[in-house]
Design a protein. Sequence first.
Length: 450
Amino acid sequence: MNELVKKDLKYLWHPYTQMKDCERVPPVLIEKAEGVKLFDVDGNFYYDTISSWWCNVHGHCHPEIKKAVRRQLDSLEHVLFAGFTHSPAIELAERLVSISPNSLEKVFYSDNGSTAVEVALKMSFQYWQNKGVTGKRKFLALDLAYHGDTIGAMSVSGVDLYNERFSPLFYDSYKVPSPYCYRCPAGKEKGACSLECLGFMEERLKESAGEISAVIMEPILMGAGGMIIYPADYLAGARALADKYGVHLILDEVASGFGRTGKMFASEHASVEPDIMCVSKGITSGYLPLSATLVTDDIYRAFYDDYEKKKTFYHGHTYTANPLACAAAVKAIDLFREEDTLRNVRMIEQRLGSFLEKMSGYEIVGDVRGVGAVGALELVKARSSKEPFGIKERIGVEVYKKGLESNLLLRPLGNIVYFFLPLCAKTEELDDIFRRSEKVIERVSGSGEF
Ligand SMILES: Cc1ncc(COP(=O)(O)O)c(C=O)c1O
């Protein structure tokens, strides 16, 4: 084992990692990256098919983003964001407001996806109190949602493997079944339904809207819950229900934002305008940590009053609006226009679609789904029963290991093998990625190692 990796294992504790596994599969020591490729110290390359946890947009080591960060580094690295401001934050806020749904007019910065969600929840909660409405103290979320790893975000998330252990710490929230078409909670067939699943949300709102501050959901794409892709009409229906029952709609675009689903924001698929929107990950194209919570003027106004009225939003993080991160984000947003990034996503979507269709012929593949640069294969033991592989079988780990052998960084979510491709991927790169991925699935289905 490489000496540096030995040191890593001596001193480090990695996220979402059973460190015992690292004895058999040690972390890959990455030295540099370019475009869609990561290079390790031994000169091997790996296609970054998951955009380094869903954040890389324009490719690694992009010369223009590097230039923007370097330029910023020469003038201001950081300053507190209360009582002081700076041009990268202002320029970025102006751009965010101009590219986001029309309803959103104000930007509140923080530094990661979970905190953007915490901010959204706290803003909605305090909004009602500032308005003199005291009963609205709960949130309504989807049962397979993932909104982050802080306690507040976990309370509105539902991925049991990650969260169950901490459930005694959670505040009470309502969960309704997710629009998971392959395993429809209303017992319908994919593509042949009248969105009966939306009825679960309506039922809950009809009964409990007086206690509910907001509905929170990931628009179109539910990432960590299994790359579940649901119909735009469901999202439009949720917006209508939020209006009908007088609750906010918070859209968590942390994963789906910045072109990943083929639109700048996934809410555009349903022409839905949220009351609050959370963004992070792709905002800086994966160069520096940053997030933002965007709100309507109505929400902003509910906090705007004389100091002694105690309506101020008391929330902030040390690295809020870090100038280096804001400078990276300004450039990352401008690159969408300069490089016509969304056009490239259409090309990716088309190629990814053909690949998914081909893969749906494999017995081990129960379902395929895709939108924009995101695609998923749900692996099953038997197609007829849709029986999933169990936790002991660890089929995802087999895919991961065989992926590395085939120069691919694939990091399945349990039984879901997915692609969350950098939006700069070129045709030849995609073809190579899909060719190698098919081999991996072939090897895993034939190996009997699970
Ligand atoms: C939809 C969604 N919300 C929030 C988060 C949390 O973001 P972070 O990991 O930056 O805290 C994630 C992370 O994967 C996410 O996918």
